[in-house]
Design a protein around this ligand. Structure first.
Ligand SMILES: [Zn+2]
Length: 308
C-alpha cells in the first residue's frame, strides 16, 4: 500500500551549495500525490515541483528539479533517499528557499524525525516499476546500468586513487531495515583540493566539516574520522537511491555503477523511461501483475493540479 507520514515534520538547516538558511515543512499528502516540493518564496501558481525524472535540471554536484515555470529546488537527493528508503510514497515538502538543507551530510537527520512522526499506510495500492532490459549510460570516467531483478538491489563501486578512499565496492538489497541500518547515516564527501574550485564556481558555499567528510590525500580532516571505513561508497549508494526515486514509482531492478554520479543517474532514469520495452509497471501484491497507465505526470498536467 502507499504510505505517508502521520504529522508534519519541520527541519531547519543550510543548503550545502548556496549556503542559505532554509526551513523545511514536510506534510502528509493523499494517495497518488507523490513527493512534491512547494517553494513558499515564489508565487503560488509556479511554486510546485514534482519529484519526477521529467523535472530533472541537468547540473553539477547535486540533483536539481525544476518545473515548467523555471522554478527549481536543489540538492534533493538525500531527502528523496529518506522517503524512498522508508517507503514514503506521498508527501508535500514546503521550503522557503531553493535548496534542501544538507544537515550532517547524510540522510539520518531526515530519517529520524520522519520515523518519529510515524509512517502510515494509505487506502491505495502501491504500483511498482520493473526493469525488463539491461540499459546503460556512460561517460569518460564511469558508467551506470540497470539489470532486471525481482528486488531493488544496488551495487556501487568507486575509485579515488592516491587518497584514503581508494577503491571501494558495496552491494545491498534495499529494504526499510537495510536502508536504516546500512545506508542512511553515511555522509557526503569531497577532496580538499577541489574545494577552492567549487567555491569559485558558486558551489559548496555552505559546506563545512560539520556536513561533509573532507579528504586531503591520505588524511581525513574531520576530527572524529569516519562513521564506517567504506562510508564513501555507501554515501554514493545513498545518492543513487535518492536519484533513482525520480522514477516516481518504486523500482524492481539491479542498479550497478562504476564511478557514477548524479548526472549519470539522472540520464539512466530518463533512458529507462524513454522506451516502453525497458520496463513494466506492475501492481504490488498482485500474483498476475498487470500493466496500467503510467501515473507519472508533470506539474503542468491537469490531473496533477487536481491531485494537489
Ligand atoms: Zn550525497
Amino acid at each position: 500500500m502507499q504510505q505517508t507520514i502521520k504529522k508534519n515534520v519541520i527541519i531547519f538547516g543550510v543548503g550545502v551549495h548556496l549556503g542559505k538558511p532554509v526551513r523545511v515543512n514536510i506534510k502528509p499528502a493523499p494517495a497518488d500525490h507523490g513527493i512534491v516540493f512547494k517553494r513558499l518564496d515564489v508565487d503560488d501558481d509556479k511554486s510546485l515541483i514534482k519529484a519526477n525524472f521529467k523535472n530533472i535540471l541537468f547540473g553539477e554536484l547535486c540533483t536539481t528539479l525544476t518545473n515548467d515555470k523555471g522554478v527549481s529546488v536543489k540538492t534533493v537527493e538525500h531527502l528523496l533517499a529518506a522517503f524512498s528508503g522508508l517507503g514514503i510514497s506521498n508527501a508535500l515538502v514546503e521550503i522557503d528557499n531553493e535548496e534542501i538543507p544538507i544537515l550532517d551530510g547524510s540522510a539520518i537527520k531526515f530519517v529520524n524525525p520522519l520515523v518519529k512522526a510515524g509512517i502510515c499506510k494509505q487506502n491505495s495500492p502501491l504500483d511498482l516499476c520493473s526493469v525488463k532490459k539491461t540499459i546503460e549510460v556512460k561517460n569518460k570516467n564511469g558508467w551506470v546500468k540497470f539489470e532486471p531483478s525481482s528486488d531493488l538491489k544496488l551495487t556501487v563501486e568507486i575509485d579515488y586513487p592516491n587518497t584514503c578512499i581508494g577503491k571501494q565496492k558495496f552491494s545491498l538489497k534495499v529494504t526499510e531495515d537495510t536502508f536504516q541500518r546500512e545506508l542512511c547515516d553515511n555522509r557526503t564527501f569531497c577532496l580538499k583540493k577541489d574545494i577552492e574550485d567549487m567555491r569559485e564556481r558558486g558551489y559548496a558555499l555552505g559546506g563545512s566539516l560539520d556536513n561533509a567528510i573532507v579528504v586531503d590525500g591520505f588524511t581525513i580532516k574531520n576530527q572524529k574520522g569516519l562513521r564506517r571505513k567504506d562510508e564513501f561508497v555507501r554515501h554514493k549508494m545513498l545518492d543513487a537511491l535518492g536519484d533513482l526515486s525520480l522514477s516516481g514509482l518504486p523500482l524492481l531492478g539491479h542498479y550497478i555503477s562504476f564511478c557514477g554520479g548524479h548526472r549519470l543517474n539522472n540520464q539512466l532514469i530518463i533512458k529507462l523511461f524513454s522506451d516502453k520495452s525497458n520496463y513494466e509497471n506492475v501492481m504490488a501484491g498482485n500474483d498476475n501483475p498487470h500493466k496500467f497507465v503510467n501515473k507519472n505526470f508533470t506539474s503542468s498536467d491537469q490531473n496533477y493540479s487536481a491531485a494537489i
